[in-house]
Write a protein of this length. Structure first.
Ligand SMILES: Cc1cc2nc3c(=O)[nH]c(=O)nc-3n(C[C@H](O)[C@H](O)[C@H](O)COP(=O)(O)O)c2cc1C
Length: 232
């Protein structure tokens, strides 16, 4: 219930639902009871924004409806739908939601570093944070955040060889999960982000994008990140 896209909101889906609280309640109750009926004990969680626009920040009421409907945990993106991805995420509404409901709340939006995660957790008192864009091309941010939160200091940065291994294992996991055609395309997106590491090889991104099979794409990544990892 957080998607701001016009094609979604025009059909009263995504974050457009924030304008119709009774409908939110009915949908959430239906989903929770359908999932409960499976008897598998799967928790239903909700991700949403703080409201439709800054004049209608009804995130607290929507969170109460969610809790009353049996939602097990909430993730809140600290922007309204009208904000799209503009401006800075705000954490006051997330804090107010955390103070109102008893289910776990995760703070989301602009968590760009381990220190920001620490500050936002402290400010909102939420059970956790959720990281989106800052993990693009840098999935080790989760390890760094966990390290700071559990040890009180940032862990030693990963070596280039360790980061190369993560990139290559990520590619293999994408191919295994998505198959040849989708795997190639989805891996391109991630390689676009990972290529920022290869600043010393200006043609690296173009080479990676030009590959037309998963095997040649992997070979190219292996060569480029392998050479990168040799430099300390
Ligand atoms: C390209 C893009 C696609 C997204 N797709 C989804 C999605 O499918 N489901 C979802 O819950 N959030 C989606 N989001 C929102 C993110 O999960 C997140 O709430 C938002 O980016 C703010 O967090 P961040 O600042 O850490 O990125 C998407 C965001 C972007 C930029």
């Amino acid at each position: 219930m957080g998607c701001p896209a016009k094609k979604v909101c025009n059909r009263l889906c995504g974050s457009a639902l924030l304008q119709d609280e009774p409908l939110v309640g009915r949908i959430l109750e239906s989903v929770v009871s359908a999932v409960q009926a499976t008897g598998r004990g799967v928790p239903v969680t909700l991700k949403t924004r703080t409201g439709w626009d800054r004049e209608h920040r009804n995130g607290v009421r929507v969170a109460q409806i969610a809790e009353a409907s049996g939602i097990a945990a909430l993730a809140i993106h600290g922007r309204t739908r009208a904000d799209f991805y503009e401006g800075d995420a705000e954490y006051d509404t997330i804090r107010a939601i955390r103070e109102t409901v008893r289910i776990p709340v995760l703070a989301n939006g602009d968590i760009t570093s381990p220190d920001k995660a620490r500050v936002v957790l402290q400010y909102t008192g939420t059970a956790g944070v959720m990281v989106g864009r800052a993990s693009h091309g840098t999935p080790w941010i989760f390890r760094d955040i966990n390290g700071l939160l559990t040890q009180g200091v940032l862990p030693e940065p990963l070596s280039r060889a360790e980061r190369r291994d993560i990139v290559l294992a990520h590619l293999q996991a994408i191919y295994a999960f998505h198959g040849e055609e989708s795997g190639l395309r989805i891996a391109r997106k991630h390689l676009g982000w990972y290529a920022k590491l290869l600043e010393s090889a200006p043609d690296a991104r173009a080479r990676l994008m030009a590959e037309v099979s998963t095997s040649s794409q992997f070979a190219c990544a292996n060569e480029l990140f392998g050479a990168w990892a040799q430099v300390h």
